[in-house]
Design a protein around this ligand. Structure first.
Ligand SMILES: [Zn+2]
Length: 277
């Protein structure tokens, strides 16, 4: 295996066309059948973690769901390493979320959870969600939160109702303080708050970061320096497929000129240890 991609959305459901336009992604290049989607990862010798969340901006077609990505993992074990399940934090009573999370934690395909605070309109460190975080911390599954800019609603009137503030990296800082045994992954380099993100990931041992949403050579310079050095044990390779192409992401990652040992950590062994794969 060449890499673990910790940040993959199924291209077969819930594809956001504004996001594809933002990334100038040719829709013809995006696999639309499950077989093609799985085959792409097998061909690149990459195993993906599939995200079960459905963006609020996508109204058409069948919804993506935890059940659906769990089914994909079961059908295509050579392509997919597991699932990052999602829950309707922010719009559903916490007691219901706890019940759903309890069931998901028992499923061996579920390797962690993924939330999108700007799109789901909640603050990760808001105490009203703490009962859920207590359960996830006790369940020992890492929890990923989108940070920084989002392509959802980008260049749309009112950002399609999405506010960026919920995605500021600083909100993960007090969360990590209050849940020191919860492994937290900040998704993306946190732009335009990349310095804030690096500060938080450097200070809190239980916060990690993924490289997704960018070709590696386009990552903020400061972020590239951080993952080359102090954060090399805390950075995880991720694409944000289908918005970023897997093959291009791998080629670009090679161009960072990282030492082999550092490259191996970021592509593979950090993810293995964080998600217990
Ligand atoms: Zn994503």
């Amino acid at each position: 295996m060449r890499a673990i991609d910790v940040h993959v959305h199924p291209s077969t459901r819930g594809l956001d066309c504004d996001a594809c336009a933002y990334f100038r992604r040719e829709l013809n290049d995006v696999p639309t059948t499950e077989e093609e989607f799985a085959e792409l990862f097998v061909a690149q010798q990459v195993k993906a973690l599939l995200i079960g969340w459905h963006p609020s901006t996508v109204k058409d077609g069948t919804r993506n769901s935890n059940e659906y990505v769990i089914e994909l993992v079961t059908k295509y074990p050579a392509a997919f390493a597991g699932v990052l399940a999602s829950l309707n934090v922010g719009s559903q009573p916490v007691a219901e979320l706890v019940e759903e999370a309890e069931a998901l934690l028992k499923n061996p395909a579920v390797k962690g959870f993924k939330f999108h605070p700007p799109d789901q309109n909640f603050y990760p460190n808001d105490k009203k969600h703490y009962e859920l975080w207590e359960l996830l911390e006790a369940g020992q599954k890492p929890v990923m939160f989108h940070t920084g800019f989002t392509v959802l609603g980008a260049n749309q009137d009112g950002g399609k109702g999405i506010g960026l503030d919920c995605g500021r990296p600083i909100h993960l800082d007090t969360l990590a303080r209050d849940f020191p045994r919860m492994k937290i992954i900040a998704a993306h380099p946190g732009w335009p708050w990349q310095e804030e993100l690096i500060g938080v990931v450097t200070h809190k041992k239980n916060i990690y970061v993924d490289t997704s949403g960018y070709l590696a050579e386009q990552l903020p310079e400061l972020f590239q320096r951080a993952i080359r050095g102090r954060l090399q044990d805390k950075a995880l390779f991720g694409t944000d497929f289908p918005y970023v192409d897997l093959e291009k992401a791998l080629v670009s990652f090679d161009k960072l000129g990282l030492k082999d040992a550092v490259k191996e950590k970021i592509l593979l062994s950090n993810a293995r240890s964080v998600f217990a794969l």
